[in-house]
Ligand binder design. Structure first.
Ligand code: SF4
Length: 221
């Protein structure tokens, strides 16, 4: 069980698994730069996110921008969309007389990627909802804007362990305020903070703020 007064953004788990340095620069050093990929992703979410929207169609309740959190993982975030389908084995929601099974839909730009980044984020959301609703969610969906299709993701024990391990490491990094060294890889070309990652300081593990300070002081000489 992690300290609940130090919840980290759940969305960071995809950054952490993609590149630990990217996650640390965003969450610890507060560095962020939009590129066309992040802007497109934000626009897609804006179409989905409506915190006051709930509708019922054919008995299925759809809720958008559902706040979630987990004390066990130490994460806090928002589900784009949660569908509650009537099911005798489900859970009871306030003011409803039938039981429902929840299923999350997370919206992503592009198409399915190599690596389990999106899957882990979705699984982390499910683990938060499970804790909040005292239920088990066996699968949910990722919707990709480019292929305009839902992909069903099963929450295997392997995926759940990946989420638990990543959450634990994120808290350890955050507690130490640890910024990993640069390790260039294929994903760097699409990285939104490529221009501030400063690969030139690879190997000496300096903080970006220290590097900028030293550059500014050189200008004074
Ligand atoms: S440029 Fe590469 S090493 Fe640097 S933060 Fe981005 S993905 Fe990580």
């Amino acid at each position: 069980m992690l300290e609940t007064d130090n919840l980290l953004p759940l969305s960071g788990i995809q950054h952490f698994l993609f590149c630990r340095r990217q996650w640390a620069l965003i969450e610890i050093e507060r560095v962020w730069q939009d590129n066309f990929l992040t802007i497109e992703g934000t626009q897609l979410h804006q179409k989905v996110d409506d915190p006051f929207f709930t509708e019922v169609r054919s008995g299925v309740i759809t809720a958008r921008s559902v706040p979630i959190r987990s004390s066990a993982l130490g994460l806090i975030g928002v589900c784009d969309l949660v569908e509650f389908t009537p099911s005798p084995n489900g859970i009871y929601l306030p003011g409803r007389s039938v039981a429902y099974t929840p299923m999350i839909v997370e919206y992503k730009r592009g198409q399915p990627k190599k690596g389990a980044f999106d899957e882990a984020q979705l699984c982390a959301q499910a683990m938060c909802l499970e804790e909040m609703l005292s239920t088990t969610i066996v699968s949910s969906c990722l919707y990709y804007g480019e292929i305009r299709r839902r992909e069903s993701i099963s929450f295997t024990q392997e995926l759940r362990s990946l989420v638990q391990q990543a959450s634990l490491e994120m808290h350890q990094y955050f507690k130490r305020q640890y910024i990993p060294k640069v390790k260039p890889h294929q994903g760097c070309s699409a990285c939104s903070i490529n221009s501030v990652c400063l690969p030139k300081i690879q190997g000496n593990n300096r903080k970006v703020s220290d590097f900028i300070t030293s550059c500014l002081s050189m200008g004074d000489e």
